[in-house]
Design a protein around this ligand. Structure first.
Ligand code: ADP
Ligand code: MG
Length: 358
C-alpha cells in the first residue's frame, strides 16, 4: 500500500497544455476514480503516474519517494489497459510470468504468485490457454492477474471494462470492488462512465479541460457539485439546469423561472449573481395538486420502481421530472411539478455553486 501525491504537475503536447497545474493526494489503500469526458486528460495523468509519459513540471511522490524522474519499472506500479495488451503467442500463465521473469523473480515465487492470483480471479482452468482462446472478460481477468502478481504499490486501471458488454461490465465492476477490499491496495481507476465512478470510488476526481473540477466522495460530488459542469456530468438523467432571475432578501430568495413561476430558496446567499437553478429529476416530482409549476408530459419512461417524465413548461423549457413507478401520467398529460426545497442548487455567473443541502 502506498500513497500517491501529485503536486502542481503540468503536461504539454506540442503547444497544447493537456494537464494544467494539477495537485492531488491519494491515501494508501484508497480507490480513486478519475472521471471526465473523452479528451479531459485522464489517460495522460494516469500515464504520467505510471511513467509512460514524462512530467514537464511538478512533483510526483509514490510511497513517499520522489518518482517523477524514475523509469516506469522502478515506480512499482502496475497498469491495466483497456485493450488488455496480452502477448498472443504466450499462454495465460506465461503472460503473467513474463514481467516477473524480466526482473529475475525466483521461479518458485512466480509459480506461487500465479497460483494465488489465478485462485483469486477464478481462472485456474485457463492458465494454459492462449489469449485467442479466451473471451473478452477472461482476457481482462488475465490483464488484472498480470498486475496482481507484480505485487505493485498501486494499481492503475485505464477504462478496463469498456470493451465488455453491459452485463459483464456490471459483474466485473463488482468483482473489482471485491478485489480492492481483499487486497486493500491503492488503486486509480480511469473511466468516463459515471456509474462506474459512483459505484467503485472511495473518492472521485472530476477532470474537465485538463484540470480538476472537484475531488470528493461519490455522495459529495452528487449532492454538492462544485460547478455546473460536475452537476450535469454526474447523475443520469442529468440535473435540470433552468435559467432563473433571483430576487429577495434575508434568508428568503425567490427564483423566477422562464415560465413565470416562482421557486422559493431558503438560506442562499443574496450577494451573488445567481443565473441558474439546478434540480435533479428525483427532486422535481409530480404532485396531484399544488406544486410550483405545471408542464405537459412528452415522454413517459417507466423504469419499474420509478417513472421518468420528460416534459415542457408553458414557455417550452424542457425538464426531466420523476413520478412513482405506478403512474397515471401519459404523454400529453398536464402535470403539476413540485420542487423539493432540500434538493435545489444555484449556479452563479462566476461559476460558483450553492446547495440547499449544505
Ligand atoms: P482522456 O483519457 O481523458 O480521454 P487523454 O489523456 O487521452 O484524455 O487526452 C487528453 C488530450 O491530450 C486530448 O486532447 C488528446 O488529444 C491529447 N493527447 C493525448 N496524447 C497525446 C499525444 N501523445 N500527443 C499529442 N496530444 C495528445
Ligand atoms: Mg483515455
Amino acid at each position: 500500500m502506498a500513497g500517491i501525491s501529485l503536486s502542481r504537475v503540468w503536461k504539454r503536447f506540442g503547444s497544447v497544455d493537456v494537464i494544467r497545474d494539477v495537485s492531488l493526494d491519494i491515501e494508501p489503500g484508497e480507490l480513486v476514480v478519475f472521471l471526465g469526458p473523452s479528451g479531459s486528460g485522464k489517460t495522460t495523468l494516469l500515464r504520467m503516474i505510471a511513467g509512460l509519459e514524462s512530467i514537464d513540471k511538478g512533483t510526483l511522490l509514490i510511497d513517499g519517494v520522489r518518482s517523477e524522474g524514475l523509469a516506469p519499472g522502478r515506480r512499482n506500479v502496475a497498469m491495466v489497459f483497456q485493450n488488455y495488451a496480452l502477448y498472443p503467442h504466450m499462454t495465460v500463465a506465461e503472460n503473467m510470468a513474463f514481467g516477473l521473469r524480466n526482473i529475475r523473480v525466483a521461479p518458485d515465487v512466480i509459480d506461487q504468485r500465479i497460483a494465488e492470483a489465478a485462485r483469486m480471479l477464478e481462472m485456474e482452468a485457463l492458465l494454459n490457454r492462449r489469449p485467442s482462446q479466451l473471451s473478452g472478460g477472461q482476457r481482462q481477468r488475465v490483464a488484472i492477474g498480470r498486475a496482481i502478481v507484480k505485487e505493485p504499490k498501486a494499481f492503475l486501471f485505464d477504462e478496463p471494462l469498456s470493451n465488455l458488454d453491459a452485463a459483464l461490465r456490471a459483474r466485473t465492476r463488482v468483482e473489482l470492488a471485491e478485489l480492492h477490499q481483499r487486497l486493500q491496495a491503492t488503486m486509480i481507476y480511469v473511466t468516463h462512465d459515471q456509474v462506474e465512478a459512483m459505484t467503485l470510488a472511495d473518492r472521485i476526481v472530476i477532470l474537465n479541460n485538463c484540470r480538476i473540477e472537484q475531488v470528493g466522495t461519490p455522495i459529495e460530488v452528487y449532492t454538492r457539485p462544485a460547478s455546473r459542469f460536475v452537476a450535469t456530468f454526474v447523475g443520469s438523467p442529468a440535473m435540470n439546469i433552468l435559467p432563473v432571475a433571483v430576487s429577495g432578501a434575508g434568508d428568503r430568495l425567490n427564483a423566477r423561472l422562464t415560465d413565470g413561476s416562482l421557486v422559493e430558496l431558503r438560506g442562499a446567499p443574496t450577494d451573488m449573481d445567481w443565473r441558474e437553478l439546478g434540480v435533479r429529476p428525483e427532486s422535481l416530482t409530480v404532485v396531484a395538486k399544488g406544486g410550483e409549476t405545471s408542464a405537459t408530459a412528452t415522454v413517459v419512461e417507466r423504469l419499474g420502481e420509478r417513472t421518468l417524465i420528460y416534459a415542457r413548461l408553458a414557455d417550452g423549457t424542457q425538464v426531466t421530472a420523476q413520478d412513482r413507478g405506478i403512474t397515471s401520467v401519459e404523454p400529453g398529460s398536464t402535470i403539476q411539478l413540485e420542487f423539493d426545497t432540500a434538493g435545489l442548487h444555484l449556479f452563479a455567473a462566476d461559476g460558483s455553486a450553492w446547495h440547499a443541502s449544505e
